[in-house]
Ligand binder design. Sequence first.
Ligand code: AMP
Ligand code: ZN
Length: 469
Amino acid sequence: MVEIYNTFSGQIEKLSPIEPMHVKMYICGVTVYDESHIGHARTYVAFDVIRRYLTHKGYRVTYIQNFTDVDDKIINRARELSVPPQDLAKKYIDKYFKDFDRLNVLRADLYPCATEHTKEMQQIISELLEKGFAYITQTGVYYSVSKFKDYGRLSHMSIPELKAGARVEIDETKKDPLDFALWKFASDDPNWDSPWKKGRPGWHTECSAMSMKYLGETIDIHGGGQDLIFPHHENEIAQSEAYTGKLFVKIWMHTGFLMVEGEKMSKSLGNIIPLSEALDKFGANVLHLFYTSSHYRSQVNYTQSAITNAAENLWHIENAFAELQSATGTDISILNEAKNTARKAIEEFEAAMDKDFNTPEALKVFMGLVKYINRAASLGKLSTESAKPLYNVFTKISWIFGLKLPEVSAEEKAEIEKLIEERNKLRAEKKFREADEIRSELREKGIELTDYTNRTVWRKTTVYLKNKI
Ligand code: AMP
Ligand code: ZN
């Protein structure tokens, strides 16, 4: 039974999807005016692992993630660069896919864009006006927060507390500072016709419209980073529930923020790390292990030691994978032990993940399994049969963690093994310099060798331990 912390109730709750064994989740996507950074990846990797785990548990998961492709930030940046806003948005949507494919994050079932859903948003806004939840001013259509009795429930704050703490848009035409724009009148590009005046949608309405359109009026999980709790998600609840009269979301999930060496990432501090840069330096697997090592709800600190730790873990993981793939022989002395170790590992892994996706705990279990495999191999006890149950659990967990361990083609394998044989012959003849040349040649191709007393194990590696953050 999977249990999840619900920001709304402030409690751990059992996951019980509206449709049995089908989880419908909507995760707020990026605003496409710049490159994705390692903070975005923190959030999307967290939801990717959650989605993968639910799939592993037998759920069908429908996962929707939007692109906010109309927004003041996009318009302002486009003006600075003298390019059409839609071209800027398209550029960063393409870049998003490039980066997140490299990171091995599974693609969502659908990536709806705000600009393609203005009709659906207008439908919601019209209804909110009709029901008296919204009003029109000279500058736009606004949602009247005081009309929604549950406003502030997600943030666990009263309306006066929200007012005191919030940075809200100042606009004299609004009746209340907390009221938010559903539709902003605008005559400059981009704009759309509307039953009121030409203009653009407010930010919050897009997610209500697209979530309801693709997943239904009530969904199982809606999520994003912690900064979205207020005002974005609070406003989504207010407008959606006023519109349908029904519960909008069963479980609200929010990820903790990523910090860089203890500081917030920001333009002014000049410490924004683009995802593509981190991928170039460390590769996708190290980043996955880094993110996995902290709980999705806690703040995560991008530090040299955290990255080094992740790289060291990957080193052992790749070692184990190579051992499992190359295990041969008929020794069955540890067969029962291997079966028990594998069974225990998956049980403990699931127990950790079932409790609000405790990935640090689950990672410990995985590293325990990895250690067992490497030890059994170094003792020469890992045979074809005993490797099987371990391989099965190992590959399941590495898939859930989003690891993509290097595969080797049959030709490549034959070539590597031929070179190792040659090297071992040279070593036997004490021609160490020539033997080392072969090792270097293999290293160039990403192949690392480990010599044991009577055998040499190789692995294709993606670890770049040398790089600094
Ligand atoms: P944005 O494009 O700024 O709307 O962000 C897209 C998503 O990434 C939202 O769910 C944000 O909460 C999340 N996000 C942005 N910065 C960070 C960060 N430093 N750490 C974790 N999540 C972040
Ligand atoms: Zn959203």
